[in-house]
Design a binder for this molecule. Sequence first.
Ligand code: SAM
Length: 357
Amino acid sequence: MDFKSNGSEETQLYHAQIHLYKHVYSFISSMALKSAVELGIVDAIHKHGKPMTVPELASSLKLHPSKVSVLYRFLRLLTHDGFFAKTTVKEETAYALTPPSKLLINGESTCFAPLVKGILHPCSLDMWHSSKKWFSEEKDLALYESAMGETFFNFLNKDSESDKLGLFQGAMAADSQMFKLALKDCSHVFEGLESLVDVAGGTGVVSKLIHEEFPHIKCTVLDQPQVVANLSGTQNLNFVGGDMFKSIPPADAVLLKWVLHDWDDELSLRILKNCKEAISGKGKKGKIIIIDVSIDETSDDHELTELQLHFDMVMMTLHNGKEREKKEWKKLIYDAGFSSYKITPICGFKSLIEVYP
Ligand SMILES: C[S@@+](CC[C@H](N)C(=O)[O-])C[C@H]1O[C@@H](n2cnc3c(N)ncnc32)[C@H](O)[C@@H]1O
């Protein structure tokens, strides 16, 4: 909403009130989306193969008859928010999927349903109630650790069978699948490489995509032992349990996708210096490939920057991490002892940053 326009005092006040209410209630859209995911609305419409009316949906989801009108009101908001499209079937209003809700179909490789459940899990929301106390603390803990008594990664990665670990890695895997489309445009980045370590690579979804495209590259996925414990590799794709703060296996290139944003500058420097050591055998031809957000408020559009700023708050509150602006990337990369880098936007809101020794 633009407050710079010269409306009357009343108009400005009304706009201000609308703006305030909109922001106070923006959690409703998030929670309605989570309800839709938990109810299985998207899967029901997808399985039906054509748009569904409210009574059809209510019956397919086995809702209590008293909740049919409630379902209609959820659908009305979610349609307004772009997750469903209204159409007419036999003179009745029916609801179809839209591109954003198609990203919530279970069983598809780009299913973000675990992300919706994970980000809106009570444990990621509860910590916000402790933010006032956190601001008064001297300790350098993330809000999550201050409120819950352990780091977010400890909570997630307790053991290889943990439900939370599965949910989180499922969310990461969906995000990584989006990289498949970007890989076509940035294949030159991987050309000429014989080996690559995907540091903190989770379940190795990105490495698998790179491996499909460049089968000759020997890919190693490094993550915490609990994460890779039950994963088996192939001839040119293997999983290694370890700690990126201690050492990283040697390779021609190191990939860091959505890793550095989890850590503050001091810890990110330690990771980058270990990466530099890992590629040292390749001399000047080694490289680090970072996939992360690069905030550019001056040239990006408002909606894109807002999303990046939300991500920044998530990284800060969960891990004491940060989404970096262009100038912060420059400082971090040069402080780690690298000599040059190149930032290219990919996947809509992220960037690919090639870093050279
Ligand atoms: C945001 S996820 C990114 C995963 C993957 N790169 C992707 O984009 O799907 C961060 C990863 O860092 C891993 N991690 C955290 N601490 C680590 C450490 N000390 N050494 C190696 N991996 C670590 C977590 O287990 C998690 O898989």
